[in-house]
Ligand binder design. Structure first.
Ligand code: SAM
Length: 283
């Protein structure tokens, strides 16, 4: 088992489990029923989040870990180091279009004209522009990133596109800086695994999405030898679900037909309370 797998799936058996008290006919029946329902839940991919889906994800500080990660684990997963702005060229490489099936990804999102979309961790904005082409002229794309160098790149791109096409915003490590209930859809392409504060960031991102709106995670597939990406920059659908559902998102479906990535679709609860938002309007 690789170091990554060891870190992500620490299996602990609760020693306090009273095995002896289970050996009565009635108890065996109850235990069997619970086990069957649990298996059913695990294998029906379309289920919505239930209270039992909440795993109470928490942070753990590490004293040593994988060199590609920060010394912090969340929900059993070591958080990856951020991809620096120096990697901008890699995001813009021409072969990415076919390697990652960029057009297919945009089709999977089923964007409609007029939608307000948040490209969270937009990097150079390559995908922001592809999405904008599907939602304009009435729709908008918010392109946000935490690195000022990426924000400059996004601002230059936005200027070329013309006024009010691409709204650029500097996010913080814990919040996307998009006003409350603005977005119909928020997407993180190859971003979530490197959020330094995933719990806080998701909490704030959910506020920026309309109740019943979409939050979509696109992550390189973990444990797939055909995906040429460092292990800490990959995730399983199960891990994405665990963390997203812990944050209160409702699972809809996942799609793994892209060459390298999983696309995992969630919705925000419809009864989300109105809040003060995660920040001011963009500059
Ligand atoms: C691998 S790049 C992907 C860029 C873009 N989504 C794409 O696919 O072309 C990850 C990006 O996430 C950004 N990022 C990391 N943490 C962030 C945060 N807390 N808020 C916003 N962006 C973040 C990084 O700065 C980086 O630009």
């Amino acid at each position: 088992m690789s170091l990554k797998q060891t870190l992500r799936f620490p299996i602990r058996f609760p020693s306090r489990f009273p095995i002896k008290t289970l050996i009565s006919d009635a108890s065996v029946y109850v235990v069997a029923s619970v086990a069957i329902s649990l298996r059913l839940c695990l294998f029906t991919g379309e289920a919505q989040a239930e209270p039992t889906d909440h795993h109470h994800c928490r942070y753990e500080q590490l004293t040593s870990g994988h060199p590609d990660g920060i010394l912090k684990r969340y929900c059993g997963r070591q958080i990856a180091r951020i991809m620096g702005w120096q990697g901008a060229e890699w995001l813009e490489r021409p072969e990415r279009k076919s390697e990652e099936g960029l057009d297919q990804l945009i089709d999977l999102l089923q964007l409609k004209q007029g939608m307000k979309v948040g490209d969270i961790g937009a990097g150079t904005g390559r995908l922001s522009v592809l999405m904008l082409n599907r939602v304009k002229p009435e729709g908008q794309v918010w392109a946000v990133d935490v690195q000022p160098e990426m924000v400059s790149h996004l601002t230059s791109r936005s200027k070329l596109l013309g006024k009010n096409q691409l709204l650029v915003s500097q996010s913080s490590a814990t919040a996307p800086n998009i006003p409350t209930a603005t977005l119909d859809l928020a997407i993180m392409v190859d971003v979530y695994h490197e959020l330094e504060y995933p719990k806080e960031f998701l909490h704030n991102l959910i506020k920026s999405v309309k109740p019943g709106g979409q939050v979509i995670f696109v992550e390189y597939r973990a444990n797939d030898t055909s995906v040429p990406i460092k292990a800490l920059h990959t995730m399983t659908v199960a891990q994405v679900r665990k963390e997203a559902q812990d944050a209160g998102l409702l699972f809809e479906r996942s799609d793994s037909t892209l060459p390298w990535q999983h696309v995992v679709f969630f919705r925000t609860p419809r009864d989300a309370k109105k809040d003060t938002g995660s920040g001011p309007a963009p500059g």
